[in-house]
Design a protein around this ligand. Structure first.
Ligand code: FEO
Ligand code: CA
Ligand code: CA
Ligand code: CA
Length: 714
């Protein structure tokens, strides 16, 4: 690969216009255009505003009634070791870290974790998740739950022996490393609702299994078999071991789960000169996050593979390419307990937050939206070459190979990066070999060789094409009625070069902020705009029949209620103030309407110390987009729409709220609580109960239901 593209890779010095400056132009242009025209004119500004107005009218016409209304009172902010839900609701702890998936042994607070036990138990730090119905049971009462285990809390993992051994220097013991590797990855576990309305795991079910950061997996798509992924383990570049730092998720119309590899670069090291992609993505040069590479012994480079320093005469002799087998969207068939996970490389290689399917239409390509969660990184989408055939849809128990269907739609297609223009329009920039680089007399193929080269260096290809650097893209979600896409831009913190480049802090957001040297990139520290601190949610809609054009608007700006009007652009109040939006889920209801659920990853001691974090722990909010008509401040949620955005639940101290879906009948909302400080209570599965004294904390799924069995939220 050519030297001339090395510089843009370091700290994203691509010169692409930062999102903040585009946003400034967008807002000022909206204000000019709306001057003196009032709110009615604001709603028809540009194609997107017009779409909103039409959709609102449609919703009202279809339903014949007023828009969907949230039927609960906003819960107050809370800072306790317990979950808070609205009156009339319950919250149950389900499948916490360490719960055995089968066998006679199960969790106890003094359990000494071993590699074998952890490989057969729920992993740590639950994150993205989704549900998969079984063939012969009620889809809302009995299904396979698939859960990501994003990272680990070494102090909780090794609590009975007082902490990890040689956490920061010298060699880690092999069995500790194996255990930590097995606490990462993905779990598949069957769960069901019992007659008393509670939920339970079906231990010993044949579908229950774990994927860890050591499980053998296949590499598919453009990178498969390329020289970029040849290792001593897979000399033809077709396989690897493990998926790591699985953050958010997705699912496919054919019934598979997508797990996304986010902050994996830091578990690898290269003590020699970093290759361009290693620099761009932030691989350490001295010690990995947990020092896994320091453990001695193991077969087939079990631990040595985490050290990517070239040591042999060529790539077949060492693990110089090991990290190039990470950074992907990974497909899992939860129905087939013998199937392998498959890395779908066509969807790009970076710090993938998650992967969300677009509106599915027969005879049209299948679309997936993704984002790269680091400061000033990009939003992407993948458009399949194959056109959607409804005969490929998920049919539980039909015996077909879902991974073959996955290969049909996910191995070939076009990857695009997003460019957001100041006037509310947007362009999708194709990252293909024949794409001409703007302002240059060459193509991406000239620079990167082939599609495998483009994928390995996805961010650099997006740099060259002029994609728009964003404020840390997190979750997305799609309104299945309209096809509108929502995506969280969680924050763009003002960390200095020193504090973010030099430290890694367990259990907090620093795992996400350490990044590819973006600490040294401009972070708009001098920009007083509220969205740098509090984050916002953006929304876009594709132009019909085209895959390279969209229109966008800001949906809501996070803010503390105490901020002034220049910062609190959406007019948030004590009832709904939030910061660092992260998890999103569009919960489609009847009459073309739905609820957008927003989860936050803000934090206090382990995270950001802003005015929202001083008022409440992380939370779940609900909003009905169709009921909103837009604000003069440039966001869909404005000061006049406050009753449509409510706080639904609050998590315990120190936790992040993430992972979300509701059962198809909408009677149970599933969320995950990651890295709580002192929760859950030991002798109760009531998530709203605080422990007495100090417990060994366990990330867990929480099921929120109405006491009367009705639909949640309304
Ligand atoms: Fe793992 Fe960007 O959240
Ligand atoms: Ca997380
Ligand atoms: Ca996240
Ligand atoms: Ca986050």
């Amino acid at each position: 690969m050519s030297k001339e593209i090395e510089d843009p890779r370091i700290n994203n010095r691509s010169g692409n216009e930062p999102f903040d400056s585009i946003l400034d132009k967008y807002l000022s242009r909206r204000r000019v255009m709306q001057g003196g025209l009032g709110l009615a004119a604001a709603t028809v500004f540009g194609g997107f505003g017009l779409g909103d107005a039409i959709r609102k009218a449609n919703a009202a016409t279809v339903s014949g009634t007023s828009p969907l209304t949230l039927g609960f009172s906003s819960v107050p902010g809370s800072m306790t070791d317990a979950v808070v839900v609205p009156e009339g609701y319950t919250a149950q702890v389900l499948v916490p870290w360490g719960m055995a998936l089968s066998g006679d042994r199960d969790w106890s607070a003094d359990l000494k974790m071993t590699p074998d036990y952890q490989a057969n138990a729920m992993g740590m730090h639950h994150d993205g998740m989704y549900h998969f119905p079984l063939a012969d049971t009620d889809e809302s009462r009995d299904f396979l739950l698939v859960v990501n285990h994003e990272y680990i809390d070494q102090s909780a993992l090794w609590a009975p022996k007082g902490g990890p051994t040689n956490a920061d220097s010298e060699a880690r013991p092999g069995d500790e490393v194996r255990t930590e590797i097995n606490a990462h990855g993905v779990a598949v576990v069957r769960i069901r609702r019992t007659t008393d309305g509670k939920w339970e795991a079906v231990r010993g079910d044949r579908h229950n299994r774990r994927f860890t950061s050591a499980s053998p997996m296949d590499i598919a798509g453009p990178v498969r078999g390329s020289a970029h992924v040849v290792t001593a383990y897979s000399q033809d570049g077709t396989e690897t071991r493990g998926t790591n730092n699985n953050c958010a998720c997705g699912y496919t119309p054919w019934g598979t789960y997508l797990t996304c590899e986010e902050n994996w670069p830091e578990v690898f090291i290269n003590t020699a000169e970093l290759a361009a992609d290693q620099k761009r993505l932030g691989m350490p040069t001295d010690r990995g996050r947990y020092g896994w590479e320091t453990a001695e012994g193991g077969k087939n480079g079990e631990f040595a593979r985490f050290d990517n320093t070239p040591r042999g005469s060529d790539a077949r002799q060492d693990y110089r390419n090991e990290a190039r087998t990470f950074g992907y969207v990974v497909e899992i068939d939860p129905y087939n307990p013998d199937s392998r996970a498959v890395k779908r490389t066509a969807l790009g290689r970076f710090r993938h937050e998650g992967c969300w399917p677009g509106k599915v239409v027969a005879g049209e390509p299948v679309v997936f939206y993704t984002g790269h969660d680091s400061r000033n990184e990009y939003i992407y989408k993948f458009v399949s070459r194959a056109l959607w055939d409804p005969a490929d849809a998920n049919r539980p128990g039909d015996g077909r190979s879902r991974l073959d269907i996955g290969a049909k739609y996910m191995n070939e297609g076009t990857l695009y990066a997003a460019k957001f223009n100041a006037d509310g329009s947007g362009e999708w920039l194709p990252l293909s070999t024949d794409t001409k680089i703007p302002g240059q007399d060459r193509t991406l193929g000239d620079v990167f060789g082939d599609q495998a080269g483009i994928i390995i260096n996805t961010c650099d290809a997006a740099d060259l094409m002029g994609a728009t650097p964003m404020d840390r893209p997190e979750w997305g979600t799609v309104d299945p009625h309209s096809g509108e896409v929502y995506m969280s831009l969680t924050n763009n913190s003002k960390r200095s070069e020193e504090d973010s480049a030099a430290t890694y802090t367990e259990g907090g957001d620093d795992i996400e902020a350490l990044g590819a040297g973006y600490a040294t990139a401009p972070t708009n520290a001098a920009n007083p705009r509220a969205n740098n601190t509090y984050g916002h949610v953006i929304r876009w809609r594709e132009h019909n029949g085209q895959h390279n054009r969209f229109d966008w608007t800001i949906f809501v700006f996070g803010s503390a209620a105490s901020e002034g009007k220049d910062v609190n652009l959406s007019g948030l109040t004590a009832d709904n103030q939030f910061a660092s939006p992260d998890g999103l889920w569009f919960d489609a209801r009847d009459n073309g309407q739905g609820i957008l659920w927003i989860e936050t990853d803000n934090g206090l001691d382990g995270g950001r110390k802003n005015a929202v974090a001083e008022q409440t722990n992380d939370q779940v909010l609900a909003v009905v987009p169709a009921a909103l008509s837009g604000s003069e401040n440039g966001s869909v949620v404005g000061p006049e729409g406050q009753s449509q955005l409510k706080r639904f639940a609050v998590g315990p101290n120190e936790c992040e709220v993430t992972g979300i879906f509701a059962t198809p009948d909408k009677t149970a909302l599933f969320i995950n609580l990651q890295h709580p400080g002192n929760w859950p209570a030991e002798n109760s599965d009531d998530a709203t109960q605080a422990p007495t004294g100090k417990v060994r904390p366990r990330a867990s799924t929480v099921v929120i239901q109405k006491r009367d069995g009705g639909q949640i939220g309304i």
